[in-house]
Write a protein that binds this ligand. Structure first.
Ligand code: NAD
Ligand code: WQD
Length: 340
């Protein structure tokens, strides 16, 4: 079995990618420092897969520890680098920590991969690199705009690091940058899912926690945007669909099918939904009435963004399979499994 190192593999998206990799016949190996995840995730993975997934509790900024993992495992063929801090608001308060962890760990990883002769990398980028786009939907060629947070800037900087290092005469790394839109939902088993610490910043965990009675009500951040119902538009992608994009990307790198040394793909559904549409779809999926009210705009919010998913479809053969309603149903099932 082909070994793939999954940094941040205990996290929300990483854990789902571990499942899809294993079920596609790869041997995922997790590296995570559990700064934003729980070791209980490993039990969830064991229950889904019926076997243990190897996991190294180390920091990706620790080059020596990474070297040891590559040497011990021997024949790792590629890396998916999920490990990063991801809280937009926190990044405004702790910008240095975000640059250090997100950009620093990528640089360390690239150097270690080169030293160890590991050539294939899939990197977790984000639609946040587009800032407030001039045109919708956004294609991979849509110019990036100033990011609205240090977090967003780390993703832009990481993309620059990958591009610049790929131009070096002695470069050996082939990279696929995946720009995720808004991942939501959980594995159908409800054994793994999103574990937000404290009050969730993201819409869907806030909705499910409100429906579960853990929060009084959802505040919708503004209904006076230039969108169909005045609320923000986003491209919500089921996390299992997103996880599958990584399997396709890894396979493309291993098969040396990439047309360039760095390729970039949007990973979204290609459809935008307003916040009110998400609320309605959640109510339908869960049978719960959601308590919500309209509040002021949230600073830094992009009014509308959704993916042009054509390149991923044509080049990767990747298409999402799960409807918004089913994705929300899976998020609700996961929430209920947590409350019990
Ligand atoms: P997450 O916080 O659930 O997972 C990240 C994992 O990385 C966690 O388990 C954390 O403990 C680990 N980690 C962080 N820094 C580390 C380090 N230095 N060394 C080792 N482990 C470390 O986040 P997620 O939602 O699964 O996001 C995964 C990736 O996708 C991140 O790079 C994130 O920026 C990116 N992304 C996320 C979203 C989203 O909305 N969730 C959208 C676009 C891009
Ligand atoms: C979605 C919509 C809110 C909470 C963030 C990051 C982005 C990317 C994905 C990593 C927005 C509205 C939310 C609430 C609300 N992450 N909302 N009430 O902001 O699109 O993107 O996650 O790369 O970089 O910025 O996601 O889930 O926070 O918000 O009305 O309590 O829901 O205004 O329109 P966002 P989100």
């Amino acid at each position: 079995m082909t070994k793939i190192l999954v940094t941040g593999g205990a996290g929300y998206i990483g854990s789902h990618a571990v499942v899809e990799l294993a079920q596609a016949g790869f041997e995922p190996i997790i590296v995570d420092n559990f700064v934003n995840s729980e070791t209980t995730v490993l039990a969830g993975l064991r229950e889904i897969l019926g076997r243990e997934v190897p996991c190294y509790r180390i920091d990706c900024g620790n080059a020596e520890a990474l070297h040891e993992v590559f040497r011990k495992e021997g024949d790792i063929k590629g890396v998916i680098h999920f490990a990063a801090y991801k809280a937009v608001g926190e990044s405004v308060q702790k910008p240095l920590a975000y640059f250090h962890n997100n950009v620093g760990s990528l640089i360390t990883l690239l150097q270690v991969m080169k030293d160890e002769g590991v050539e294939n990398l899939v990197f977790s980028s984000s639609c946040t690199v587009y800032g407030i786009p001039d045109q919708l939907p956004v294609t991979e060629a849509t110019p990036t705009k100033p990011a609205s947070s240090p977090y967003g800037r780390t993703k832009q900087m990481c993309e620059d690091v990958v591009h610049d290092s790929s131009q070096a005469a002695d470069n050996t790394t082939h990279t696929i940058l995946l720009r995720y839109f808004n991942p939501i939902g959980a594995h159908e088993s409800a054994k793994i899912g999103e574990l937000p610490l404290g009050v969730p910043n993201n819409l869907v965990p806030f909705i499910t926690q409100t429906a579960a009675g853990l929060r009084d009500k959802l505040t919708i951040f503004g209904n006076d945007y230039d969108t169909p119902d005045g609320t923000n538009v986003r491209d919500y992608i089921h996390v299992v669909d997103l996880a599958k994009a990584h399997v396709v990307a890894v396979q493309r790198l291993l098969d040396r099918k990439a047309s360039e040394v760095v390729e970039t793909f949007n990973v979204g559904t290609g459809h935008g939904n307003t916040v009110l549409e998400v609320v309605k779809a959640f109510e339908e999926a869960s049978g719960q009435k959601l308590n919500y009210s309209i509040g002021p705009r949230r600073p830094g919010d992009v009014p509308a963004i959704y993916a042009d998913a054509t390149k991923a479809a044509e080049v990767l053969g990747f298409k999402t399979e799960t409807s918004l309603r089913d994705a929300l149903a899976s998020a609700w099932k996961w929430q209920q499994s947590l409350v019990r």
